[in-house]
Design a protein. Structure first.
Length: 564
């Protein structure tokens, strides 16, 4: 569909463009301001079509050409205000001439078709081959030949004559486009819809006048060095974008670009200069064809610099160096810095030897680690449990209309539960301290080592009347602490609770010994423990009571929260 649209536009647009060119010739190549506005309005509509074509090509070819952003809608839309100093005066230009002193005169004059500027009492001043920067000198000299004494002169070029420039070749919409002599080549290319992303060349933009090549512009010079050649356009000039030359495609992360080169081949070092890969890139994978046979190479960055690339090669810039140093963080009760950069082979005890703590404040028997990879695993397990619950609820059979209505109500409640449960973020705790001894585990990038402070409190939270912290009492039971917190709330699961320990471990305790969890009612607490009373599931409404209860306990252990 896109290709058919492109062919239709290519057939129609040139015919319209050449029609406009004939009209321009009949008017002796002198456009009016109204003509300029019409040209620009028409070209803006055509540019929109060109953008649609470019979007279509992006769907076909995932690799965008290097420099494609030059012709995005937000770029190259503003026209130049200043006149090019090398601009040659043309018929129709408006010039302001002001005299004061012995003679006071202020008028705006128009250059006629014979390139003369006529000033009363001075006569015609020929401006053939006069540039904008020399205008003041030429006109002032002529006026002073008439008014020789006590006359001051100021000459200013107010407006230049619109010109029609033909744009063709590898652009999205070839045609004739109106502008001014001082507009840049980018302005006219933008009017033509930009360089065709599939066929056009960014490296060979030719400016032709009367069949003669004036200059060739390489847009890569502008993209990489900020250099863009100034050119004073004349009516009838041609901008010809050559068709795309040899190129290679480069993938770096999510960026996919194609780079064009003017010769048959290009060195790796030259491509690196263009592509500017990130400093972290260590290796380059190369797929291509040599001597009609496919090749696949994997080179280090240094080796790639001397490699010769050819048309059609596909490159993958890869970060393939393992870090030799990782960073870990300390949290809790410690002295000194909170961040450490250590070798990748560092183990927990190796680092703890360098950590200063106050033994009166730090609970060294309950150290644990928070790890991002464990957090992700906990999240995946939780999501898997929620997905199973969702499938079970929505596929549960119903034997009667009444049961079907009950299942629909249950499905709605479970759906709300699942939506909220998916937003829970696990803590990623790794229990390393058992019976007061810390396992000497290998540290990973981004680990947080938690040294809990010593505490004499027991925290009671979740489904109790007054969640609070209470001083540890060695002779008190779990039920005693719950009673001191005001007792259970109406929604509490009074049979089974969760104990969160200072070392990051969790225990599930059955107070009635009738639940499917193993446990004991006379469980002994330790200073710093947290009693977490979970909500119960209404068996009258929920068929999947067991599944939901398991998920609630899973969330409590993974995220340390009582989830209703």
């Amino acid at each position: 569909m896109i290709k058919n649209l492109f062919v239709l536009i290519i057939v129609l647009i040139p015919s319209l463009a050449f029609g406009q060119s004939n009209v321009s010739q009949e008017k002796e190549n002198v456009a009016t301001v109204q003509d300029l506005e019409n040209f620009i309005n028409t070209s803006e509509q055509q540019t929109d079509i060109g953008q649609n074509i470019e979007e279509g090509y992006e769907q076909i070819d995932e690799f965008k050409p290097f420099g494609h952003a030059l012709f995005d809608d937000v770029n190259v839309t503003q026209r130049r205000v200043l006149t090019n100093p090398e601009y040659l005066l043309a018929a129709g230009d408006k010039i302001s001439v002001q005299l004061w002193g012995a003679v006071n005169q202020s008028d705006i004059h128009i250059v006629d078709n014979q390139l003369n500027l006529f000033i009363p009492n001075v006569g015609p001043i020929n401006l053939q081959d006069v540039t904008a920067q020399n205008l003041n000198q030429v006109v002032s000299q002529k006026i002073k030949s008439v008014y020789t004494d006590n006359v001051n002169i100021y000459v200013n070029l107010l407006a230049t004559t619109p010109v029609g420039v033909m744009v063709s070749g590898g652009v999205s919409i070839p045609g004739v486009y109106a502008g001014t002599s001082s507009d840049s080549v980018l302005f006219y290319l933008k009017r033509a819809g930009g360089i065709d992303p599939k066929k056009g060349s960014y490296r060979s933009i030719k400016i032709i006048r009367n069949g003669e090549l004036l200059q060739t512009i390489d847009l890569y010079d502008f993209l990489t060095k900020g250099k863009l050649v100034e050119h004073a356009f004349k009516d009838g000039d041609v901008i010809f974008a050559s068709f795309r030359g040899p190129s290679v495609s480069v993938t770096e992360g999510e960026t996919r670009l194609s780079f064009e080169f003017s010769e048959d081949s290009i060195r790796g070092s030259d491509l690196v200069e263009l592509a500017k890969p990130d400093v972290s890139i260590s290796h380059i994978a190369i797929n291509g064809v040599r001597d009609k046979k496919p090749i696949a190479l994997y080179l280090s960055r240094d080796e790639f610099l001397n490699f010769t690339l050819r048309n059609g090669d596909e490159l993958l810039f890869n970060e393939d160096l393992r870090p030799q140093v990782i960073s870990v963080e300390l949290s809790g009760s410690y002295l000194g810095p909170s961040f450490y950069a250590v070798p990748t082979s560092t183990r927990l005890s190796n680092l703890l030897d360098y950590v200063e703590v106050d033994p009166e404040q730090a609970n060294l028997q309950s150290i644990y680690v928070v790890r991002e990879s464990v957090k992700q695993q906990q999240k995946e397990l939780l999501d898997a449990s929620l997905s199973r619950l969702e499938r079970n609820v929505y596929t549960a059979p119903a034997s009667s209309d009444g049961e079907a209505r009950l299942r629909a109500q249950e499905a709605q409640l479970v759906s709300q539960f699942i939506e909220r449960a998916r937003q829970i973020e696990p803590t990623g705790k790794v229990v390393v301290s058992i019976d007061g001894k810390a396992a000497n585990i290998l540290l990973e990038q981004g680990d947080t080592i938690v040294i809990p402070p010593k505490s004499d409190l027991i925290n009671i939270s979740g489904e109790v009347v007054f969640p609070q912290a209470i001083v540890f009492n060695e002779g008190a039971s779990i039920k005693d602490y719950i009673n001191w917190a005001g007792g259970y709330s109406d929604r509490a699961n009074q049979d089974t609770i969760v104990i969160l320990h200072t070392n990051g471990a969790s225990s599930i305790v059955s107070l009635s010994n009738t639940n499917w969890f193993s446990g004991q009612s006379d469980y002994k607490l330790a200073p710093g423990d947290q009693i977490l009373v979970l909500p119960k599931v209404d068996e009258k409404l929920m068929q999947s009571v067991k599944d939901i209860t398991q998920i609630i306990f899973q969330i409590a252990v993974a995220a340390n929260v009582a989830f209703d």
